[in-house]
Design a protein around this ligand. Structure first.
Ligand SMILES: Nc1ncnc2c1ncn2[C@@H]1O[C@H](COP(=O)(O)OP(=O)(O)OP(=O)(O)O)[C@@H](O)[C@H]1O
Length: 268
């Protein structure tokens, strides 16, 4: 088992201009860990620092205070142990679907034949076994996101970092992709850290839901949920959403997110 952990992490972005004064604190004293086999979803109001948190975990940003570690070793930047999937699929349009998936393996010097075999396996896993030779422009948004997720899995990362990966999809495709994502993740045995604006999505996918309060971003709640396990066991999204417990937790999270005021509002 591996653990990705935040230890007392605070973040201020550097001031753009020397005379602009001290920039605001974006995240304050975040202590959080994600274990392999766990699906952690971060939710919070716009501007509460969700994407900043994910970019710290990816190593795209460095904390101003504190440290981020994998199995106790402080991360110094991005690494193959943490793969990122963005809302915009960020695929390479000049490569076909299979070569997009194989690309991270090429960077790591994996032999052509082995890359092809692994890419075919992943195409199969994401239900696109016949689409390997198709150009990215010929694929639907949902298919492109499947390819993006397959590409992230290509190097067997210990952690999948997902920044609103389903945010650009229409409602029906999004629901289908939530079930798909959960299924693919459960087979990967990676740890997942997913950012979303959708309370439904958080409750359906998470083993734990983290709520961030805004200005500065702090951990306001860390809630264990079991709906994802029900989905994986074969329950339908509609059945789960119709359950009284789901509705209660949905209402509770909605109220919590609306009730936490930020320091700026409190001072106004
Ligand atoms: N590169 C940057 N430089 C300076 N400030 C930034 C930068 N990126 C984000 N911020 C600020 O940090 C705060 C948190 O932004 P972030 O994008 O992490 O929040 P978020 O919760 O993901 O928002 P949203 O839900 O709207 O995507 C905001 O006040 C934002 O203006």
């Amino acid at each position: 088992m591996s653990t990705l952990s935040f230890h007392d992490v605070s973040l201020r972005y550097p001031a753009r201009e020397a005379r602009a004064g001290r920039p605001p604190l974006v995240l304050e004293r975040i202590n959080l860990s994600v274990r392999t086999g766990e699906f952690v979803v971060v939710i919070g109001r716009s501007g509460s620092g969700k994407t900043s948190l994910l970019n710290l975990a990816a190593g795209f940003l460095a904390p101003s205070v504190g440290r981020i570690a994998v199995d106790g070793a402080t991360i110094a930047g991005p690494g193959a142990d943490r793969a990122v999937v963005f809302q915009d699929d960020a695929l390479y349009p000049w490569l076909d679907a299979r070569d997009n998936i194989a690309f991270p393996l090429k960077l790591r010097g994996v032999r052509e034949k082995d890359r092809r075999v692994r890419a075919e396996e992943l195409l199969d896993l994401v239900g696109l076994a016949d689409a390997g030779r198709r150009r990215i422009s010929e694929l639907s948004g949902g298919m492109r996101q499947r390819i993006g997720i397959a590409r992230a899995l290509a190097s067997d990362p210990r952690f999948l970092l997902l920044d609103e990966p389903l945010g650009a999809l229409d409602a029906l495709t999004r629901t289908r992709m939530q079930v798909f994502l959960l299924d693919v993740w459960s087979k990967s045995r990676a740890g997942a850290l997913l950012i979303t604006h959708s309370i439904d999505e958080a409750l359906l996918l998470a083993s734990r839901v983290i709520v961030l309060s805004p200005n500065p971003g702090r951990l306001a709640a860390d809630i264990e949920t079991g709906f994802a396990a029900e989905l994986l066991a074969g329950a339908s999204v509609n059945q789960i959403k119709a359950s009284p417990l789901f509705k209660r937790m949905h209402d509770g999270l909605t109220n919590l997110i609306h009730s936490i005021s930020d320091d700026t509002e409190a001072a106004a």
